[in-house]
Design a protein around this ligand. Structure first.
Ligand code: HEC
Length: 158
Protein backbone atom coordinates (compact mmCIF):
# COMPACT_ATOMS: atom_id res chain seq x y z
CA UNK A 1 0.00 0.00 0.00
CA UNK A 2 1.40 3.28 -1.12
CA UNK A 3 -0.79 5.51 1.05
CA UNK A 4 0.06 3.67 4.26
CA UNK A 5 3.13 5.75 5.29
CA UNK A 6 1.16 8.94 4.66
CA UNK A 7 -1.66 7.74 6.90
CA UNK A 8 0.89 6.82 9.59
CA UNK A 9 2.18 10.40 9.58
CA UNK A 10 -1.37 11.73 9.68
CA UNK A 11 -2.25 9.60 12.72
CA UNK A 12 0.95 10.72 14.46
CA UNK A 13 0.02 14.35 13.77
CA UNK A 14 -3.46 13.71 15.08
CA UNK A 15 -2.10 12.40 18.39
CA UNK A 16 0.33 15.30 18.63
CA UNK A 17 -2.51 17.77 18.12
CA UNK A 18 -4.63 15.99 20.72
CA UNK A 19 -1.75 16.11 23.23
CA UNK A 20 -1.28 19.87 22.63
CA UNK A 21 -5.01 20.53 23.13
CA UNK A 22 -5.04 18.36 26.26
CA UNK A 23 -1.92 20.14 27.54
CA UNK A 24 -3.45 23.58 27.04
CA UNK A 25 -6.63 22.42 28.71
CA UNK A 26 -4.70 21.12 31.73
CA UNK A 27 -2.70 24.36 32.03
CA UNK A 28 -5.89 26.45 31.98
CA UNK A 29 -7.57 24.29 34.62
CA UNK A 30 -4.48 24.33 36.83
CA UNK A 31 -4.18 28.12 36.57
CA UNK A 32 -7.80 28.63 37.55
CA UNK A 33 -7.39 26.29 40.49
CA UNK A 34 -4.15 27.96 41.60
CA UNK A 35 -5.55 31.49 41.43
CA UNK A 36 -8.50 30.37 43.55
CA UNK A 37 -6.03 28.99 46.09
CA UNK A 38 -4.20 32.34 46.17
CA UNK A 39 -7.49 34.16 46.77
CA UNK A 40 -8.22 31.85 49.67
CA UNK A 41 -4.78 32.46 51.17
CA UNK A 42 -5.29 36.22 50.97
CA UNK A 43 -8.71 35.91 52.58
CA UNK A 44 -7.27 33.90 55.48
CA UNK A 45 -4.45 36.41 56.02
CA UNK A 46 -6.91 39.31 56.05
CA UNK A 47 -9.10 37.54 58.58
CA UNK A 48 -6.24 36.75 60.94
CA UNK A 49 -5.21 40.41 60.89
CA UNK A 50 -8.46 41.30 62.59
CA UNK A 51 -8.32 38.26 64.88
CA UNK A 52 -9.12 39.45 68.39
CA UNK A 53 -6.38 37.38 69.99
CA UNK A 54 -3.79 39.64 68.35
CA UNK A 55 -5.24 42.78 69.99
CA UNK A 56 -3.87 43.76 73.38
CA UNK A 57 -6.23 43.78 76.40
CA UNK A 58 -6.00 47.59 76.60
CA UNK A 59 -7.41 47.91 73.08
CA UNK A 60 -9.98 45.20 73.58
CA UNK A 61 -11.42 47.06 76.52
CA UNK A 62 -9.89 48.57 79.57
CA UNK A 63 -12.75 47.20 81.63
CA UNK A 64 -11.99 43.53 80.92
CA UNK A 65 -8.35 43.99 81.83
CA UNK A 66 -9.32 46.04 84.88
CA UNK A 67 -11.62 43.32 86.19
CA UNK A 68 -8.78 40.79 86.07
CA UNK A 69 -6.37 43.20 87.79
CA UNK A 70 -8.92 44.11 90.45
CA UNK A 71 -9.71 40.47 91.24
CA UNK A 72 -6.04 39.55 91.66
CA UNK A 73 -4.78 42.68 93.46
CA UNK A 74 -7.56 44.53 95.22
CA UNK A 75 -10.47 42.16 95.91
CA UNK A 76 -8.86 40.77 99.08
CA UNK A 77 -9.59 44.10 100.79
CA UNK A 78 -12.09 45.91 98.54
CA UNK A 79 -15.51 44.36 97.97
CA UNK A 80 -16.08 43.42 94.33
CA UNK A 81 -19.65 44.74 94.51
CA UNK A 82 -17.97 48.17 95.03
CA UNK A 83 -20.78 49.09 97.43
CA UNK A 84 -19.95 47.50 100.79
CA UNK A 85 -16.92 48.19 102.94
CA UNK A 86 -14.51 45.40 103.82
CA UNK A 87 -10.93 45.76 105.10
CA UNK A 88 -10.87 48.74 102.75
CA UNK A 89 -13.65 51.13 101.74
CA UNK A 90 -16.19 50.47 98.97
CA UNK A 91 -14.67 51.91 95.80
CA UNK A 92 -17.80 53.01 93.89
CA UNK A 93 -17.52 56.68 92.93
CA UNK A 94 -13.87 56.90 93.99
CA UNK A 95 -12.90 59.10 91.01
CA UNK A 96 -15.55 61.62 92.03
CA UNK A 97 -14.35 61.58 95.65
CA UNK A 98 -10.87 62.51 94.49
CA UNK A 99 -12.06 65.07 91.91
CA UNK A 100 -10.81 68.04 93.98
CA UNK A 101 -7.30 66.83 93.10
CA UNK A 102 -5.64 65.93 89.80
CA UNK A 103 -6.24 62.29 88.82
CA UNK A 104 -2.50 61.70 89.15
CA UNK A 105 -2.97 61.96 92.93
CA UNK A 106 -5.41 59.05 92.89
CA UNK A 107 -2.92 57.12 90.72
CA UNK A 108 -0.19 57.93 93.25
CA UNK A 109 -2.43 56.66 96.07
CA UNK A 110 -3.07 53.34 94.34
CA UNK A 111 0.60 52.89 93.50
CA UNK A 112 1.86 53.80 96.97
CA UNK A 113 -0.62 55.06 99.56
CA UNK A 114 1.93 55.29 102.37
CA UNK A 115 4.16 57.58 100.31
CA UNK A 116 1.24 59.97 99.75
CA UNK A 117 0.24 59.88 103.43
CA UNK A 118 3.81 60.60 104.50
CA UNK A 119 3.94 63.48 102.02
CA UNK A 120 0.97 64.94 103.93
CA UNK A 121 -1.54 64.88 101.04
CA UNK A 122 -4.79 66.11 102.73
CA UNK A 123 -7.07 63.53 101.06
CA UNK A 124 -4.68 60.67 101.75
CA UNK A 125 -4.31 61.65 105.41
CA UNK A 126 -8.09 62.03 105.72
CA UNK A 127 -8.92 58.49 104.44
CA UNK A 128 -6.06 56.95 106.38
CA UNK A 129 -7.28 58.48 109.64
CA UNK A 130 -10.90 57.56 108.89
CA UNK A 131 -9.84 53.95 108.30
CA UNK A 132 -8.01 53.64 111.62
CA UNK A 133 -4.64 53.79 109.92
CA UNK A 134 -4.92 50.39 108.25
CA UNK A 135 -2.16 50.45 105.63
CA UNK A 136 -2.99 49.69 102.00
CA UNK A 137 -0.62 47.49 99.98
CA UNK A 138 1.67 49.38 97.59
CA UNK A 139 1.55 48.55 93.89
CA UNK A 140 4.72 50.31 92.75
CA UNK A 141 5.06 48.21 89.60
CA UNK A 142 1.59 48.95 88.31
CA UNK A 143 1.53 50.93 85.06
CA UNK A 144 -0.67 53.96 84.34
CA UNK A 145 -2.63 51.83 81.85
CA UNK A 146 -3.28 49.20 84.49
CA UNK A 147 -4.46 51.73 87.10
CA UNK A 148 -6.71 53.34 84.46
CA UNK A 149 -8.10 49.90 83.61
CA UNK A 150 -8.93 49.21 87.27
CA UNK A 151 -10.62 52.61 87.69
CA UNK A 152 -12.62 52.06 84.48
CA UNK A 153 -13.69 48.69 85.81
CA UNK A 154 -14.73 50.19 89.17
CA UNK A 155 -16.85 52.74 87.26
CA UNK A 156 -18.44 49.97 85.17
CA UNK A 157 -19.73 47.98 88.18
CA UNK A 158 -23.33 48.94 88.80
C1 HEC B 1 -4.36 44.98 102.24
C2 HEC B 1 -5.66 45.52 101.89
C3 HEC B 1 -5.79 46.37 100.65
C4 HEC B 1 -5.51 46.03 99.37
C5 HEC B 1 -4.92 44.74 98.82
C6 HEC B 1 -5.91 47.18 98.54
N1 HEC B 1 -6.41 48.17 99.34
FE1 HEC B 1 -7.10 49.96 98.74
N2 HEC B 1 -7.44 50.52 100.66
C7 HEC B 1 -7.23 49.70 101.76
C8 HEC B 1 -7.57 50.45 102.97
C9 HEC B 1 -7.50 49.91 104.38
C10 HEC B 1 -7.97 51.73 102.54
C11 HEC B 1 -8.43 52.89 103.44
C12 HEC B 1 -7.30 53.87 103.63
C13 HEC B 1 -6.20 53.35 104.53
O1 HEC B 1 -6.47 52.98 105.66
O2 HEC B 1 -5.05 53.32 104.03
C14 HEC B 1 -7.88 51.73 101.08
C15 HEC B 1 -8.22 52.82 100.29
C16 HEC B 1 -8.22 52.81 98.91
C17 HEC B 1 -8.64 53.93 98.08
C18 HEC B 1 -9.18 55.26 98.53
C19 HEC B 1 -10.66 55.10 98.66
C20 HEC B 1 -11.44 56.38 98.78
O3 HEC B 1 -12.61 56.29 99.10
O4 HEC B 1 -10.90 57.44 98.47
C21 HEC B 1 -8.49 53.51 96.80
C22 HEC B 1 -8.81 54.31 95.55
C23 HEC B 1 -8.01 52.16 96.82
N3 HEC B 1 -7.84 51.76 98.12
C24 HEC B 1 -7.75 51.42 95.70
C25 HEC B 1 -7.20 50.16 95.72
C26 HEC B 1 -6.86 49.43 94.52
C27 HEC B 1 -7.12 49.91 93.10
C28 HEC B 1 -6.28 48.27 94.93
C29 HEC B 1 -5.72 47.18 94.06
C30 HEC B 1 -4.78 47.56 93.04
C31 HEC B 1 -6.28 48.24 96.39
N4 HEC B 1 -6.84 49.42 96.83
C32 HEC B 1 -5.80 47.22 97.17
C33 HEC B 1 -6.80 48.41 101.75
C34 HEC B 1 -6.36 47.72 100.64
Amino acid sequence: MKTYPFLKVLIKLYWLLLLIVLGLFTVTITNTFLSEETDKTIAVTTTSKTNFSTISPELLGSVAAGKKLFRTNCATCHNKNMKSDMTGPALAGVRARWSDYPESDLFAWIKNATKLIEAGHPKAVEIYTKWNKVPMTAFNNMTEAEVTAILDYIDSVK
